[in-house]
Design a protein around this ligand. Structure first.
Ligand code: IYR
Length: 226
């Protein structure tokens, strides 16, 4: 492997496969068709999945680019039934308040086609909950070390995670109970970390229905400046 120093730091030569253009075209179509089958699922089976799969999808998420390569994320993986119950109860308490008082009429109306409500049984049914925390800063022997583009970095890592879950053949949901600080309390998370996203992971329940949605067309989402 060829190496050289840049700014006194080691750099390695990029290993680039250089696929031919037909391969690139085919892969672009295949990957789109595969990702377009992804759906957010709210009804989970309690069927277990090997821990190895969870480890691999988390490692995939952590291949995401991040500001100054700080990797400002922590993934908490919950399979303990008592802990899942605690999280469900705390989430539902907040969600009940949100659905009853905190969300606007318009917001509730926008959610009607999706069919959500304050009840979150998937927090107990799914074999794994992955809770993603963003690290506002890092601590090195009591010294504060700044992280950069934390929201962007953690958002991209979550995108990789969701793609990985779909690619291995499992399902998830991007659940954002609000406010989420109860998660820090239950899991005793240090002060430099904030909850970002909660993802139940598993198999869908036997007969699962998802909203009949259309995705925006390319024309609606893209402007080409040729
Ligand atoms: N956090 C709530 C409400 C909710 C909000 C949006 I925007 C959604 O797309 C779905 C749900 C909940 O999880 O039910």
């Amino acid at each position: 492997m060829k190496e050289k120093l840049i700014n006194g730091h080691p750099h390695i030569q990029l290993k680039f496969d250089n696929p031919d253009i037909r391969t690139i075209i085919t892969r672009s179509e295949d990957f789109y068709l595969s990702m377009n089958k992804r759906r957010s699922v709210r009804d989970f089976s309690d069927q277990d999945i090997p821990k190895e799969v969870i480890e691999n999808i988390i490692k995939t998420a952590s291949t995401a680019p991040s500001g100054a390569h700080k990797q400002p994320w922590t993934f908490c993986i919950i399979s303990n039934p008592g802990l899942k119950k605690k999280i469900r109860e705390a989430a539902e308490k907040e969600e009940q308040k949100s659905y009853q008082n905190r969300m606007t009429e318009q917001w509730l109306k926008d959610l009607e086609p999706i069919g959500t409500d304050w009840e979150k049984p998937f927090l107990e049914t799914a074999p794994y909950l992955i809770i993603v925390f963003k690290k506002i800063f890092d601590e090195d022997n009591g010294e504060k070390k700044t992280n950069y583009y934390v929201n962007e970095s953690v958002g991209i890592a979550c995108g990789f995670l969701i793609a990985a879950i779909h690619q291995v053949g499992l399902v998830t949901l991007t659940h954002t109970p609000s406010p989420m600080n109860f998660l820090s309390k239950i899991l005793k998370i240090p002060k430099n970390e904030r909850p970002y996203l909660l993802l139940p992971v598993g198999y869908p329940a036997e007969e699962t229905y998802v909203p009949k949605l259309e995705r925006k067309s390319l024309n609606e989402i893209a402007d080409f400046y040729s």
